[in-house]
Ligand binder design. Structure first.
Ligand code: FAD
Ligand code: SF4
Length: 467
């Protein structure tokens, strides 16, 4: 039957059902349901198949979106899964955690009053269902080269690199200090956005393809970097960014003030039954979260699920100028988080333990070099928000390893590893045998951009190895 190009006039956009807020705050599981074959086909069929698909350009891995939407609308799931994996190592994960409203769906032509195609949910449906039905990537045509590459970091960048290498006959051996793969997918992002069995299943898929993981192994401590240089044909670094930004105001060291990432990591470990001394429960506490990005939203919503008495999120700009995804702010608001916009913290107050956060109101001034309007304090506007616990979520800076210098791996002034994307051999560091990508190169960003850089760096490694 010929495609009805005007399907979008008859069928509106709809998203998979979301659990009601009062149900979801009692558990840590994912809040969105799944599409089935009919609903995904119906939604996929809304695609206009634009000649120059903006969604594809805006997707950082340049997924063949209209092509796999068409395959789904025709019920051809296996081919859709194969095509989806041609550009993306973690499609079911990106379908869950990408800020689609800023990426693929934000660029959909149907945004013009009709509602974008639900690209992320269809992408998730394709891989979840295909894997459940037993589909696995087809590597039957791969010719082994005998080359081996060491990858440090089993986060999205390392996994992206491993995927492309193994598909080209190069053996990837991935080292990670954590007991499970995924990096921030497993230990940073909370379960309500990404259940951990999804990452575990991806490990099984990658192992089935021939990727080897050496977990609980910290490079520089459990194994020397020199050993990797000696034993492998090339090395890829995908080690992320783990230096927490401070506010630089008094009171940050008071008991009851926590850094966002350790708080989230410990909560994830607690839920995974991995022993941790850092677990903090917010039960019964008045929690104030400082920051306006996705990490802040994750801290807000984790505190709510831990039965905090109240959760207030204070951010120094307004809602329009915050860095976090709108979807996550809405989810947090539905779950009971109170937002205080235009509040800049100047001190954490308390006597021997945190008792509150002193903030000033801000007005937005001129735009900064990144185009975001600068918050300017309003004189005489100080107030104290009472708090029993404060979580600081101001973002991350790179954390270059002490051994970089010895191995001639150069970094920029901000600590990011220099590995240019535009060079003749992509993502090669100043040591020709070493490549790098993901957050440690571009600064803290997104899962999908880390996947892209890992995949691109693998292309660079293949050029370097001449295979
Ligand atoms: P990472 O994921 O950080 O992985 C690096 C890995 O390297 C880690 O596993 C680490 O253990 C390992 N490693 C480091 N040093 C060593 C060593 N010496 N030896 C062995 N192993 C080592 N992005 C989104 O797109 N959507 C979201 O919803 C989202 N939510 C987020 C929520 C939080 C709380 C945080 C912190 C980030 C979030 N992000 C989100 C960002 C995203 O998770 C990161 O951009 C992405 O994970 C970066 O991938 P990466 O591979 O570069 O680094
Ligand atoms: Fe959209 Fe992310 Fe999937 Fe690309 S990877 S199509 S941006 S959800």
């Amino acid at each position: 039957m010929a495609k009805n190009t005007f399907q979008f006039l008859d069928v509106g956009r709809f998203d998979p059902k979301k659990l009601d807020a009062d149900v979801r705050i009692k558990q840590f599981g994912e809040i969105y349901g799944d599409f089935d074959a009919d609903s995904s086909a119906e939604q996929a069929d809304r695609c206009l198949e634009c000649g120059n698909p903006y969604c594809e350009w805006k997707c950082p891995v340049h997924n063949y979106i209209p092509n796999w939407l068409k395959l789904v609308s025709e019920g051809n799931l296996e081919e859709a899964a194969e095509l989806s994996h041609a550009t993306n190592t973690l499609p079911e994960i990106c379908g869950r955690v990408c800020p689609q409203d800023r990426l693929c769906e934000g660029a959909c032509t149907l945004n013009d009053g009709f509602g974008a195609v639900t690209i992320g949910s269809v992408e998730k449906y394709i891989t979840d269902t295909a894997l459940e039905q037993g589909w696995r990537p087809d590597l039957s045509n791969v010719v082994e080269t005998g080359k081996r590459v060491a990858i440090i970091g089993a986060g999205p960048a390392g996994l992206g690199a491993a995927d492309v290498l193994v598909r080209n006959g190069v053996k990837p051996v991935v080292f990670d200090r954590y007991p499970e793969i995924g990096g921030l997918l497993t230990f940073g992002i909370p379960e309500f956005k990404l259940e951990k069995q999804v990452v575990k299943r991806r490990r099984e898929v990658l192992e089935g393809m021939g990727v080897e993981f050496r977990l609980n192994t910290e490079v520089g401590k459990d194994v020397d970097f020199q050993t990797l240089i000696d034993d492998y044909d090339a090395v890829f670094l995908g080690m992320g960014t783990y230096t927490y930004m401070k506010g630089g105001f008094p009171g940050e060291d008071l008991p009851g003030v926590y850094e966002a990432l350790p708080f989230l990591v410990a909560n994830n470990k607690h839920l995974l039954d991995i022993p941790t001394d850092d677990y903090v429960s917010m039960e019964g506490k008045r929690v104030v979260v400082l920051g306006g990005g996705d990490t802040a939203m994750d801290c807000n919503r984790t505190s709510i699920r831990q039965n905090a008495e109240s959760v207030t999120c204070a951010y120094r700009r307004d809602e329009e100028n915050m860095p976090g995804s709108r979807r996550e702010v809405n989810n947090a608001r539905e779950e009971g988080v109170q937002f205080l916009w235009n509040r800049q913290p100047v001190e954490i107050v308390g006597n021997g333990k945190v008792e509150g956060v002193k903030v000033v109101t801000t007005a937005l001034g001129e735009a900064d070099e990144r185009g975001r309007r600068r918050p300017e304090p309003v004189p005489g506007s100080e107030e104290i928000i009472p708090a029993d616990a404060v979580v600081i979520a101001f973002g991350f800076r790179p954390s270059p390893a002490p051994w970089f210098e010895k191995f001639n791996i150069s970094i920029d002034d901000g600590g990011r590893v220099l590995a240019p994307s535009e060079a003749a051999i992509k993502y090669q560091t100043t040591n020709p045998k070493i490549f790098a990508g993901g957050d440690m190169v571009r600064g803290s960003d997104l899962v999908v951009t880390a996947v892209w850089e890992g995949r691109q760096a693998a292309e660079g490694i293949l050029d370097f190895l001449d295979v």
